[in-house]
Design a protein around this ligand. Structure first.
Ligand code: NAP
Length: 454
């Protein structure tokens, strides 16, 4: 019997419409949970509750707000500590007997909209700073992974986060997500997902504080002097480790022509040896894609790659039988102008692009409209530093794969990957707080800044 889950608005509750939807196990296509379809009325109820709870939550001292959420994962631990800092600045005034400082204030009611990949980590990266900063939250998780959201809310509840501070609205993007985006009383939106949805949000949210963490087309440069075994391990892990369904997954390898043949052979051998299976099986190397549409997308791009003239080294087929499985797929002889080299596929499809110099490699790396993660394998310190300086990406790894973010460092991208916000690390609180500037004049007379004279 599949589990049955409710919305969380001031406690667990059914949706106003009473409508439900199902979530499937992608490895077996079995229904694992039945959930409530939240609609605009549910979002409104959640906003009312969040507004009512805002005063008491935002007035709770920040160190206390931190300890309330400390039960959850790394980022909760990190952000819980942030509750003891939430630093502002002090600075001298240009006038006598005047004190100047900045303090951080919560935004108010914020909307959090999250994707299905990393269905616990990404919400935690948003919820922890949002709560520590004193906001109340309306959260709409992906319809592909709603059960993880229900479990995380149960943890928050168990950790003592008061009712009304976090509301969970499960249900499809339209209307649950769109209502959150457009709602006038929701003053901030933190979104992680595809570029197209991010664009829609910027065009429809109105004037709000918006944080966007969007797609990527991450590349790995391999120079001839690199440790090839290390590069190989990093590419296989980065491209296929999470079936390519990671915003930082490697989807392009920009390899020096001197090592082209060697890497092509080694990558084909390694990719075809990977074992596909359920993510719950410890022997699995590559799990299923999230749903049927994702399999069809990988299939479609395989066809596009072949039509564009790229050479299929291995893979390219979906597995027969139950589950959303697609073979690890590698194309070589890919050029920068091909769609498989430019567009996010979000599946186990890797493109090899060959170049003849570091400058050309960097040009290829920067030729896409995204800029999330990047990596270079080299033992030449000059090449490494040049890559760090020139690559247009929010993250650059040296001699490591494109994945592996740590919670105390900022995470985010440039160009079409986002709008400049960063999650995690100390910068993670910027997205969820406003800065108030405070002037305290203790001169006892009217002082006018800049034009005042003694
Ligand atoms: P998505 O289709 O954009 O959906 C993300 C979330 O937005 C889901 O909860 C979805 O709801 C909701 N949504 C869709 N349209 C909406 C709208 N018009 N208004 C409000 N909400 C809306 O993305 P996805 O397929 O779940 O996730 C994969 C994408 O996320 C990839 O592009 C990946 O690169 C990106 N990603 C980026 C990062 C990063 O940090 N940069 C991290 C992880 C993933 P439904 O599920 O109900 O449709």
């Amino acid at each position: 019997m599949p589990e049955y889950c409710k919305l969380y608005i001031n406690g667990w509750t059914d949706s106003t419409s009473g409508e439900t939807f199902k979530s499937l196990n992608p490895a077996t296509e079995e229904v694992i949970v039945i959930l409530q379809k939240g609609n605009a009325e549910d979002v409104n109820k959640a906003v009312d509750v969040a507004e009512k709870t805002f005063d008491s939550w935002s007035e709770t001292p920040a160190p206390k707000r931190g300890s309330d959420v400390q039960e959850a994962i790394d980022i909760f631990e990190y952000m819980a500590g942030e509750g003891r800092r939430l630093f502002g600045h002090t600075t001298p005034s240009e006038l006598k007997n005047k004190f100047c400082m900045t303090v951080r204030r919560p935004i108010g009611v914020v909307g959090i909209i999250t994707p299905w990949n990393f269905p616990i980590a990404i919400p935690a990266w948003k919820l922890a700073p949002a709560l520590v900063c004193g906001n109340t939250v309306i959260w709409k998780p992906s319809s592909d992974t709603p059960l993880c959201a229900v479990e995380l809310v149960k943890i928050l509840e168990k950790a003592g986060v008061p009712k009304g501070v976090v509301s969970l609205i499960t249900g499809p993007a339209e209307p649950a997500g769109t209502e959150i985006v457009k709602h006038k009383k929701i003053l901030g939106i933190s979104f992680t997902g595809s570029r197209d949805t991010g664009l829609w949000i910027t065009q429809n949210a109105g004037i709000k504080k918006i944080g966007l963490e969007l797609g990527g087309k991450n590349g790995v440069i391999v120079m001839p002097d690199a440790d090839m075994k290390l590069a190989l391990d990093g590419i296989i892990w980065g491209a296929f480790g999470t079936t390519g369904q990671r915003c930082t997954a490697a989807s392009r390898v920009i390899l020096h022509e001197e090592v082209k043949k060697q890497l092509e052979d080694a990558l084909r051998k390694r990719a075809t040896a990977l074992r596909l299976g359920s993510g719950l099986d410890a022997n699995t190397d590559v799990g299923p894609l999230i749903n049927k549409a994702a399999v069809e997308k990988s299939e479609r791009y395989t066809k596009i790659g072949q039509e564009e003239g790229a050479k299929l080294l291995c893979g390219g087929e979906r597995l027969k039988g139950k589950g959303f499985f697609f073979e690890p797929t590698i194309f070589t002889d890919v050029s920068m102008d091909m769609r498989i080299a430019k567009e996010e596929i979000f599946g186990p499809v890797l493109s090899l692009i060959s170049v003849s110099s570091l400058d050309e490699a960097i040009e290829a790396m920067n030729s896409v409209e995204y800029g999330l993660s990047s990596s270079i394998y080299t033992n030449d310190i000059k090449a490494a530093f040049k890559a760090i300086e020139k690559i247009q990406a929010g993250i650059t790894y040296v001699n490591s794969s494109t994945t592996g973010a740590e919670t105390h460092l900022p995470f985010g991208g440039v160009k079409q990957t986002g709008n400049g916000t960063r999650e995690a690390g100390i910068l993670g609180i910027d997205e969820f707080s406003e800065v108030k500037t405070v002037y305290i004049d203790y001169s006892g007379k009217l002082q006018r800044a800049q034009i005042d004279t003694e």
